[in-house]
Design a protein around this ligand. Structure first.
Ligand SMILES: NC(=O)C1=CN([C@@H]2O[C@H](COP(=O)(O)OP(=O)(O)OC[C@H]3O[C@@H](n4cnc5c(N)ncnc54)[C@H](O)[C@@H]3O)[C@@H](O)[C@H]2O)C=CC1
Ligand SMILES: O=C(O)C(=O)[C@H](O)COP(=O)(O)O
Length: 379
C-alpha cells in the first residue's frame, strides 16, 4: 500500500506506516506525477484536489484531509471516480475558539475595555462557532449567532441575519466555510457595504477562509473607519498584502486551529477512517494517547479569578501576540514571503489547548466557568 502524506501532519508518518509505505511531501506543491501508484492520499488545506491533480492517479482509492474545511477538495469529482473521501470535522474547533479568546483578551487590555461589556457576533454556528459560543457563555459574554443554513435546517437556537450582527455587535467573528454558490455564499460575505455598516470601534476577526472578507474592502475601511481587524487567513494566501498587514491588530499565518490536540485529532480522524476503509479496526488510535504532558500542567488559584487572572491563565496556553510577532518578522523579507508563510506553519510550536492545564482551587473561586471554558479543574 503506497500512502502519500502532507509533510506538515504531526503523527501521520508513524501512524500510517503501520498500514503501508509512507512518502511525505509538501502539500502545496503536489503534482499529478506524485500520485502515480499511490493508493491513499492524506492532505491538509493547501492541496487542491481537482482534475489536474488526479490526472495520473492510477491507483488512488482514498483521500483524507486532516482539516475541517473542505473547499480545497472537489468531492463530487472524487465520488465520480469512486475514490472515498473523508475530512476531520471539528478537529480544531477548540484551537480556533482559543485563538479568538486570546485576541479579545489582548485587545481588551490594549484598548481598555472589559470583555464582559462586549457583544460578539458569531457568523457560522457549526463546530467552531458553537464551541466558541459555549466558551463565551462560560465567560458570560453576550453573543448573537448568524447561520441561515442551520436556521433553515430547524436548529432551535436563536439566529439573526448578518445585518443584525453588523448593526448590534462590537465584535464580529467569522467561522463559515468558503462557498461561492448556493443561497448563502460566503465569498466576500464582508464586502464594501457590510464593512462600512460596522459600528465605530468594531472588531472584525476572520479565522475562516481569507476570501470571506474582501481584501480591498477591508483595506479601504481600515484607512477611514474606526475598526480593528484580526486576520488568521488572507484572501490570496500564501500571498500577504503588505499594505494591509501593518493595518491589522493581529495577523497570523492560518494557524488559528493549530493546537497539538487539534492536529492529533485531525490526523487520527483520517487515520481511523482509513483503518475502517481497509477493514483494519484493531489499528485505530485515540488522539489523546499521542499527546505529551503540557510544560505547565497545573496551576492553583488562591482567590476567585478576575479578568486579569483569566488573561494570565489563558496566556499560559496561547497568546496571539507570539504568532503575530513571528509572522510580521517573517513577512518583512518580501522575497521569501510565500516560503515563510508555509515554513511558519510547518515548524509551528507545540501549542496546547486549555484542557492541558489543570486549575486547582475551591469551587467558590469560579472553577465551574473555567471548566466550561475548557480547562481541566480540580477542587
Ligand atoms: N483558521 C483555521 O485554522 C481554521 C479555519 N477553519 C475554517 O472555518 C470554517 C468553519 O469551521 P467549522 O465550524 O469546523 O465548520 P462547520 O461546517 O462545522 O461550520 C460552518 C458553519 O457555517 C455555516 N454557514 C455556511 N454559510 C454561511 C453563511 N453564509 N452565513 C452564516 N453561516 C454560514 C454552516 O451552516 C455551518 O454551520 C471551515 O470551513 C474552515 O474554512 C476551520 C478550522 C481551522
Ligand atoms: O481545518 C481547517 O479547515 C484549516 O483551516 C486548518 O486548520 C488549516 O491548516 P492546514 O490544513 O492548512 O495545515
Amino acid at each position: 500500500m503506497n500512502i502519500l502524506i502532507d509533510e506538515n501532519m504531526p503523527y501521520a508518518a508513524e501512524l500510517f506506516s503501520k498500514l503501508g509505505t509512507v512518502t511525505a511531501k509538501a502539500g502545496r506543491t503536489l503534482t499529478t506525477e506524485d500520485l502515480i501508484d499511490v493508493d491513499a492520499l492524506m492532505i491538509r488545506s493547501v492541496t487542491k484536489v481537482d482534475e489536474a491533480l488526479l490526472e495520473k492517479a492510477n491507483k488512488l482509492k482514498f483521500v483524507g484531509t486532516a482539516t475541517a474545511g473542505t473547499d480545497h477538495v472537489d468531492a463530487e469529482l472524487l465520488a465520480s471516480k469512486g475514490i472515498f473521501f473523508t475530512a476531520a470535522p471539528g478537529c480544531n474547533k477548540v484551537g480556533v475558539a482559543e485563538y479568538v479568546i486570546s485576541a479579545l483578551l489582548v485587545l481588551s487590555q490594549q484598548q481598555g475595555f472589559s470583555i464582559a461589556d462586549r457583544k460578539v457576533g458569531i457568523v457560522g454556528a457549526g463546530q467552531v462557532g458553537s464551541y466558541l459560543s459555549k466558551c463565551l457563555s462560560a465567560l458570560s459574554i453576550q453573543h448573537l449567532l448568524c447561520d441561515p443554513l442551520k436556521q433553515a435546517e430547524g436548529d432551535t437556537r436563536e439566529f439573526h441575519p448578518l445585518q443584525t450582527l453588523i448593526a448590534e455587535c462590537d465584535v464580529l467573528t467569522f467561522h463559515t466555510p468558503l462557498t461561492k454558490n448556493g443561497e448563502h455564499p460566503t465569498h466576500h460575505l464582508m464586502g464594501d457595504a457590510e464593512i462600512a455598516a460596522l459600528k465605530p470601534g468594531s472588531i472584525l476577526i476572520n479565522a475562516a477562509r481569507g476570501p470571506v472578507v474582501s481584501n480591498d474592502a477591508l483595506k479601504a475601511a481600515l484607512k477611514t473607519q474606526q475598526l480593528t481587524a484580526v486576520l488568521d487567513v488572507f484572501e490570496f494566501e500564501p500571498e500577504v498584502d503588505m499594505e494591509l498587514l501593518p493595518m491589522l491588530a493581529f495577523a497570523t499565518p492560518h494557524v488559528a486551529g493549530y493546537g497539538l490536540e487539534g492536529k492529533a485529532r485531525g490526523t487520527t480522524m483520517i487515520y481511523n477512517s482509513y483503518c475502517e476503509f481497509l477493514g483494519n479496526q484493531e489499528e485505530k488510535v485515540e488522539a489523546a494517547s499521542l499527546l505529551p504532558i503540557a510544560p505547565i500542567p497545573k496551576v492553583s488559584l488562591s482567590k476567585p479569578w478576575d479578568e486579569s487572572d483569566l488573561m494570565a491563565l489563558c496566556q499560559l496556553i496561547y497568546d496571539v501576540r507570539r504568532d503575530d510577532a513571528e509572522f510580521r518578522r517573517a513577512m518583512a523579507d518580501v522575497e521569501q514571503q510565500r516560503a515563510s508563510f508555509d515554513r511558519l506553519r510547518k515548524n509551528y510550536w507545540d501549542r496546547r489547548e486549555y484542557s492541558a492545564i489543570t486549575v486547582a482551587g475551591e469551587a467558590a473561586f469560579g472553577l465551574e466557568s473555567l471548566a466550561n471554558l475548557g480547562f481541566t479543574v480540580e477542587e
